[in-house]
Design a protein around this ligand. Structure first.
Ligand code: PRX
Length: 690
């Protein structure tokens, strides 16, 4: 059975190079079932692990479920609270049938996440430890900050923000690339109780404007430009247009604090609006390096982060302070088996939730040393990641399957040319990791030594929900394994009935956990409708999941109209609305198709206005409309001209059929007789290659 496979895996020479491909085939594709393939952590790893056996996990997990208040308050007590929380550790109503959905953790407690992430370690004597190693886009361009230095920079910015009138509860928009200034800005906001709203610097001016209009920040923090790989992106220009757009809408932002990123662009060539725009470098260093702390309630908001849903405009996911702090810190520690000697690198951008929870807050709350990388992972070549790993002796490396697949395609030589021997834990996030990418990550990158934590979670969950604890149990390539402490995942059927044992269905969560989001900003009703109405009594994740005979969880992707492109979450409705805004587009329907590197790609069916001929030029301008309205990462991979779309008699587009056409599964179109005009399907198939 499996033992033989496991043994052959364990004896793979490290840096096995090309052989590993062969092994992947032997080990993987020849197996009867993925489920049976167990990969054990080594004895060496287990013996030092924080959680080192299934039994130890089970007893901790059991307590976290039976006594969540005791379990989480024991952990929370290790953090600094100016005032301890009230009598109740938590209170929740997750059942919409019983009234308003409401989740609170550590209410009444007063704390500050910046204090816990920085000052606390310095007070414990660790101020001299490196907090951030910053690596620039160009090899050789780097810098670092100790915990004390980081705190000083955070305090200076915090003092400035206060000085220009930013107060507790005010929103601050941040539109920055991966400069050290990005986590600095987040922490400075947290220090004064301001609510940060980081917008990924790949979003277009229109998307940025939309977010500004929604959260009405007093100030926006950006930089003039950034280099990503060989490209230069002029961020300040994007901010300028976003601010024009938002002021048309009645939202004006008084201050644009701009970091001069000299490696990309000097200040002389930067467009400037006197009175509104200020150079970070000219102002911030003048402020004091000490600043007072705004103690906030555990339930005071920490940040807003916009994410895509299946309908309508992006949702402002709101996280509060106390529970999020405890949850990100604890999940980071256990899922990565974190030790003070670790050097940690997460390739995510702080513009997404992964960067919030596992570049900034989770690691710093643990006093970790974090690598922050500005550039593209394959610049100047596909070996860059391992160059960085060797340079900083990275021990924990956390990334997304899309990067693994793209590097895998570039060949093993880029990997094996580096030592990588510092690595001891690997992590994956953003989408299901296919078993062959898992094996390549494990064997080639990790030299078959380092367990992989395949962490399943969401913007909404704040932190890991289903994840391996790397020393605790054997892994199965492609499975996120078991729930984290305090999390009760359930799989339900169409009717919302829990299914036990081996099964597949919709993934829901039964009880609250400290890191759960509390609302959608300004729209609690949408929060309830989207997440708590579909299956009353539960939080509905939007994901499909199956559980195998051993209880391992296998995430199967979104079951709604959300698509995961390279781990970026995109709502089909948003892309459709961008396409339809084009004057020559009458109607559009977007579906996801399997994509070798991106996981999923965007496939757009487009109906043009009457009499408009198809052309390559038009295709390009449609794609440009999406780039302009959302961002380059949301550009459709394929535009399929559609004289008509398959609709039911009541006018509903049948996406099921479009998905089959897009993936060329033409023999699986199913019943088309309910269509208002079954002929459109033939037409679509005929126009496949236009
Ligand atoms: O479909 C799941 C997928 O990413 C979605 C959440 O996207 P977002 O809020 O942008 O957060 C991404 C980073 C946490 C989920 O609904 N997803 C995330 N991690 C995994 C995953 N699917 C499978 N396995 C994972 N490890």
């Amino acid at each position: 059975g499996h033992l033989r496979h496991v043994e052959s895996m364990a004896t793979l020479p490290s840096g096995a190079g090309k052989i590993s491909h062969l092994n992947a085939v032997i080990l993987g594709e020849s197996l009867a079932s993925e489920e049976d393939d167990l990969v054990f952590p080594s004895q060496e790893f287990t013996s030092q692990a924080l959680v080192s056996s299934p039994e130890q996990y089970m007893s901790m997990y059991k307590r976290s479920i039976e006594d969540p208040a005791g379990f989480w308050s024991d952990i929370a007590s290790k953090f600094y609270w100016e005032v301890k929380w009230g009598e109740k550790v938590f209170s929740e109503n997750m059942d919409i049938r019983k009234g308003t959905v409401n989740i609170e953790w550590f209410k009444g407690g007063r704390t500050n996440i910046c204090y816990n992430a920085l000052d606390r370690h310095i007070q414990a004597g660790n101020g001299g430890q490196i907090a951030i190693y910053w690596e620039g886009n160009e090899p050789g361009q780097d810098g670092n900050l100790t915990y004390s230095q980081l705190l000083e920079k955070v305090c200076q910015l915090a003092n400035y923000l206060r000085d220009i009138g930013v107060r507790k509860g005010d929103a601050v928009a941040i539109y920055l690339p991966m400069l050290a200034e990005l986590p600095i800005a987040m922490l400075a906001c947290a220090r004064i109780g301001a609510v940060h709203s980081v917008v990924f610097a790949g979003f277009s001016a229109e998307s940025l404007a939309q977010r500004i209009i929604d959260c009405k920040p007093k100030v926006i923090i950006t930089c003039n430009a950034v280099r990503r790989g060989s490209k230069i992106i002029y961020l300040k220009d994007i901010v300028d247009s976003a601010l024009v757009e938002s002021s048309k809408n009645g939202t004006s932002v008084d201050v644009c604090l701009t970091c001069e990123n000299q490696s990309a662009m000097n200040r002389e060539s930067t467009k400037w609006q006197e009175g509104r725009d200020f150079w970070w470098q000219d102002i911030i260093p003048k402020y004091s390096t000490v600043s007072t702390i705004e103690w906030v309630d555990a339930e005071d908001p920490l940040f807003l982060l916009y994410t895509s849903g299946s309908t309508g405009k992006p949702k402002g996911v709101l996280h509060t302070t106390g529970g999020y702090m405890i949850y990100t810190a604890t999940t980071f520690k256990y899922a990565f088996d974190y030790k003070p000697t670790d050097i940690y690198w997460c390739t995510a951008d702080c513009g997404w939730i992964t960067g919030h929870s596992y570049v900034t807050y989770g690691p710093l709350l643990n006093g970790a040393t974090v690598v922050v990388y500005e550039g593209a992972p394959n610049y100047p070549d596909s070996g860059r990641c391992w160059d960085i790993v060797d340079k900083y002796k990275v021990t924990i490396f956390y990334t997304a399957p899309t990067l693994i697949r793209s590097l895998m395609r570039d060949g093993d030589e880029f990997v094996t040319r580096y030592s990588r021997k510092s690595l001891r834990v690997l992590g994956s996030v953003g989408e299901p990791i296919n078993p062959s990418a898992w094996r390549w990550f494990y064997n080639v990158i990790g030299g078959a030594r380092s367990p992989i934590s395949d962490t399943w979670w969401q913007t909404e969950t704040g932190g890991f929900m289903i994840t391996p604890l790397p020393g605790a149990w054997p892994q199965k390539p492609g499975s996120a394994t078991f729930p984290f402490f305090g999390v009760q995942p359930v799989i339900v059927d169409e009717k919302g009935t829990e299914i036990e044992g081996e099964c597949s269905g919709y993934l829901c969560v039964k009880n609250s956990w400290p890191g759960a989001f509390r609302t959608l900003y300004g729209d609690h009703e949408r929060y309830e409708t989207t997440y708590f109405k579909p299956f009353p009594g539960y939080y509905f994740t939007g994901d499909g999941c199956s559980r195998d005979k051993d209880g391992y969880h296998w995430l199967t992707g979104r079951v709604d109209d959300v698509i995961n492109v390279s781990g970026h979450r995109i709502g089909t409705a948003e892309v459709e609305s961008a396409l339809v805004s084009h004057p020559k587009c009458a109607e559009a329907a977007v579906v996801g198709v399997e994509h070798e590197v991106k996981g999923q790609g965007l496939y757009a069916f487009v109906t043009l206005v009457e009499g408009e001929p198809y052309s390559e030029e038009l295709r390009k301008s449609l794609v440009l409309a999406v780039r302009n309205q959302i961002g380059a990462f949301a550009a459709p991979d394929k535009v399929h001209w559609a004289p008509g779309l398959p609709k039911t008699r009541s006018g509903k587009i049948m996406r099921r059929i479009l998905r089959k056409i897009a993936s060329r599964q033409l023999d699986e179109l199913g019943d088309t007789s309910t269509l208002a005009d079954p002929g459109v399907v033939e037409q679509l198939i005929a126009l496949n290659d236009c």
